[in-house]
Design a protein around this ligand. Structure first.
Ligand SMILES: Nc1ncnc2c1ncn2[C@@H]1O[C@H](COP(=O)(O)OP(=O)(O)OP(=O)(O)O)[C@@H](O)[C@H]1O
Ligand SMILES: [Mg+2]
Length: 350
């Protein structure tokens, strides 16, 4: 018997850049029962096998008997994380003719499956949605918590809480819930400069640094309020404009740090890594090429408290972003450019 091939569209992220990934599923009902995922999946992505099988059965759908092969194309691009669960499940369901392929073609999909078929939020949905929009795909199937984030990319998010809901929607049996964009960004309470007593010169220095977005070193005897002053800089910075907010949100979303109640970050970020932080943690990198503290502080403040205690290589690695405003990371896994235009505030004891 000839196998049935179906496909779903999603995106892999290289740094912040979305790359189109076609999830192809090939089902041979008569073959020996196997389920393989190929196309350079990482551990979390390969484990989709267990979640997808369980999710499909929990949604009271049929997991095809026989040989199931899923290919994540292009095969040379690394696929990381659990966001491929939903497109893999949908491609298998289309290949076993449980949902119409024509309808699936109009959608991109992203989301992690729970064993009971519910959808879980993953990082990077904003960038994935931007990739879909660039391809001319208008709708993105995603977990409900990610829907506001996807809406900022200009696609129509289809929030689905459960795999069964996604299937019912694609069969035309269910209207998706409308996504209400959160009207007002929630006010975040930041430490207030008015709490500082005296210290006129230091406060003036903070205000000048804030006005000119200049870097600042607070040096003085122990216990004189250096850390306290440095932490109060974000409170006197203006909120981010829409373009900057989108840029900051994209970075935090890829790092999986976007708070669910705040789909668009309008306050300048504040990052204060501990002095034991590694070079990769500060400028970015690691096996998955993640943004580092310097990029998470983009458009905001990077506080290096007790500057002298930081490891020399980590400090040296900050020279490039301080000059260029970007971090270029090249690893065996690929190359990525992250924006990193931050205001550096350092403290030191005298
Ligand atoms: N001018 C000030 N107004 C109000 N509180 C202050 C002031 N200076 C210091 N403090 C208080 O003193 C404590 C110590 O301040 P802080 O930790 O900022 O000092 P530091 O200069 O960073 O010290 P260290 O060098 O030990 O890190 C804080 O809890 C802070 O609330
Ligand atoms: Mg201190």
């Amino acid at each position: 018997m000839v196998g049935v091939l179906a496909r779903a569209i999603t995106h892999a992220l290289v740094g912040l850049e979305p790359r189109r990934v076609e999830v192809e599923a090939d089902v041979h009902e008569n073959g020996l029962p196997t389920f393989a995922i190929v196309g350079l999946p990482d551990r979390a992505c390969a484990e989709a096998r267990t979640r997808v099988r369980s999710g499909i059965l929990s949604a009271e759908l049929d997991f095809p008997r026989g040989r199931v092969t899923v290919n994540l194309a292009p095969a040379g691009l690394r696929k990381e994380g659990s966001g491929y669960d939903l497109p893999i499940a949908l491609a298998i369901l289309a290949a076993s003719r449980q949902i119409p392929q024509a309808e699936l073609n109009r959608h991109a999909a992203v989301g992690e499956l729970a064993l009971d078929g519910r959808l879980r939020r993953v990082g990077g949905v904003l960038a994935v949605a931007e990739g879909a929009r660039r391809l001319g795909i208008e709708c993105l199937l995603c977990p409900p918590e990610s829907a506001p984030e996807a809406a900022f990319a200009g696609v129509r998010p289809i929030p689905v809480a459960h795999l069964a809901e996604a299937v019912a929607y694609l069969r035309g049996e269910l209207e998706p819930e409308p996504v209400s964009a959160p009207a007002e960004p929630e006010a975040v309470s930041l430490p207030d400069l008015s709490e500082v007593r005296g210290q006129e010169r230091a406060r003036r220095a903070l205000e000048i640094a804030a006005a000119g977005r200049q870097n600042l070193l607070l040096a003085g005897p122990p216990g004189t309020g250096k850390t306290m002053l440095a932490r109060r800089l974000p409170g006197i910075l203006p909120p981010l404009d829409d373009e900057a907010a989108l840029e900051v949100t994209r970075i935090h979303s890829v790092a999986g740090l976007l708070p669910p109640e705040q789909p668009l970050l309008h306050t300048p970020p504040f990052r204060a890594p501990h002095h034991s932080a590694s070079t990769a943690a500060i400028v970015g990198g690691g096996p998955g090429i993640r943004p580092g503290e310097a990029s998470l502080a983009h458009q905001g403040v990077l506080l290096l408290d007790e500057l002298a205690e930081f490891q020399r290589p980590a400090l040296e690695a900050l020279r490039q972003p301080l000059e260029d405003g970007v971090v270029c990371i090249a690893r065996a896994a690929g190359r990525a450019v992250f924006p990193a235009r931050f205001q550096l505030v350092a403290t030191a004891n005298l």
